[in-house]
Design a protein around this ligand. Structure first.
Ligand SMILES: Cc1ncc(COP(=O)(O)O)c(C=O)c1O
Length: 427
């Protein structure tokens, strides 16, 4: 079934809407009609044809507590009926102010000022603008470039694309359209660290900041690095007067086995971006959190020193109510401990894949499990086979990976990992 055809079966909304839908990251001419999801609960997604899939993705890494958690739904329902939205330009709302206070308390060190955005990419855009403007306000207008790392991914908007790996990422086509920044390998070896240092030293006067996904490069292939690497990056970034931007949009809220990945390296970035699991998998909300020092550089008597950004749905009360309820659950239910426990389950469950032909590596960190191939497999065919096995797994590039809800049970993980083993072992 391709986008031009009429699907043979499925609910009417699927048939009627298909000729008008444009899917993400998809060649529509050859696209399969996507399976119709009609409800969710816990770690399950129910399809229109009645099948129930165990979710291995937590909906692009958002649904930390599983779907439809009653505490989150109750908080949202209450907020929905009282005030689903009110503009943030000039008006305050309680869920946003409460959430800002809580995020400041939770974030490492003196990351105390929270700027809300409506998606992860926008939070990254804000971080880049903030870093440039910080230096400008301190009297240095030359710092306009960012250092970013190969295999990094920071979003699909133009500013975020410009700091995403230009060769491995999905954005090669746009290279000429984008501002040119400085890329290097993550400094995981002494030689790599030397090169990173040299880059910073040579370009110091032009560098506003260094942006990194701490401990795990997610969309760039679920590649892990040690906390010491992050420590080195932080140390040299500071030494050369640039700001460290930690993009915790994927890694934040327990995914790597600590509340934030930066915690494992005891690194306090100057700016931290969060999103995805912030609302427990219910609504789009993100935040750019700055240290006192960054924030104070914006103070003064003139608007020219102020941060000029303000998305329409910024600090949406409904999304902030969901986020506050999600944080309640992190406080009450040891989600981070659950994420840590998932690491061994994922590692053990996926370990037999190591012996399969074409497999280059099997690894796990926190609630992330990865099977990496030497060559890119047919990911669309794999996706179909996983559905036939009763699991929702969406491989990309040369990896098949799991990022389940942090509340996934031992049985869920066994079902997910054994489905992967069965599918990958089949001739
Ligand atoms: C590390 C990282 N940064 C930024 C983004 C972009 O977030 P969004 O899709 O909410 O714009 C993503 C999304 O996958 C991400 O993984």
């Amino acid at each position: 079934m391709t986008s031009g055809d009429v699907p043979a079966k499925g609910p009417a909304w699927l048939t009627d809407g298909w000729p008008h839908i444009w899917l993400p990251y998809t060649q529509m001419q050859t696209a399969d009609l996507p399976p119709a999801a009609v409800s969710t609960s816990g770690t399950r997604i129910t399809l229109a044809d009645g099948r129930s899939l165990i979710d291995g993705m937590a909906s692009w890494w958002t649904a930390a507590h599983g779907y439809n958690h009653p505490h989150v739904l109750a908080a949202m329902s209450e907020q929905l009926h009282r005030m689903p939205h009110v503009m943030f330009g000039g008006l305050a709302n309680e869920p946003a102010f409460t959430l800002a206070k809580r995020l400041a308390a939770l974030a490492p060190g003196n990351l105390t000022r929270v700027f809300f955005a409506d998606s992860g990419s926008v939070a990254v855009e804000v971080a880049l603008k903030m870093a440039f403007h910080y230096h400008y306000n301190l009297g240095d207008s030359q710092r306009m470039k960012f250092v970013a790392f190969r295999n990094g991914y920071h979003g699909d908007t133009t500013g975020a694309m410009a700091v995403t790996d230009p060769d491995e990422g999905m954005h090669r086509l746009f290279r000429e359209l984008l501002p040119q920044h400085l890329f290097c390998d993550l400094p995981t070896t002494p030689e790599g660290l030397e090169r990173f240092k040299e880059l910073l030293a040579e370009e110091a006067h032009t560098i506003a900041g260094v942006i990194v996904e701490p401990l795990v490069q997610g969309a760039g292939g679920m590649k892990f690095h040690d906390p010491d690497v992050l420590k080195d990056i932080a140390g040299y970034t500071r030494h050369y007067g640039a700001l460290l931007i930690a993009d915790e949009i994927f890694t934040g809220f327990g995914r790597t086995g600590s509340m934030f990945a930066c915690d494992q390296a005891r690194v306090v970035p100057d700016i931290m971006c969060v999103g995805k699991a912030l609302t427990g998998g219910t609504m789009s909300l993100a935040a750019t959190i700055a240290t006192d020092q960054v924030y104070e550089a914006f103070l003064g008597t003139s608007d020219a020193r102020a941060l000029m950004h303000g998305p329409t749905y910024m600090a949406n009360p409904l999304a902030c109510a969901a986020a506050n309820a999600s944080l309640d659950l992190f406080e009450r239910e040891d989600r981070v401990g659950q994420a840590c426990a998932l690491e061994a389950l994922l590692a053990n469950g996926l370990a037999p894949c190591r012996d399969l032909p074409g497999v280059a590596d099997v690894r796990a960190k926190g609630a992330i499990g990865v099977v990496e191939f030497r060559r890119k497999p047919d990911v669309i065919a794999l996706r179909r086979k996983f559905i036939d096995e009763g699991v929702w797994i969406r491989p990309f590039g040369n990896i098949v990976y799991l990022t389940p809800a942090l509340v996934a049970t031992d049985d869920d993980i066994t079902a997910l990992t054994s489905a992967i083993l069965r599918v990958l072992s089949a001739p």
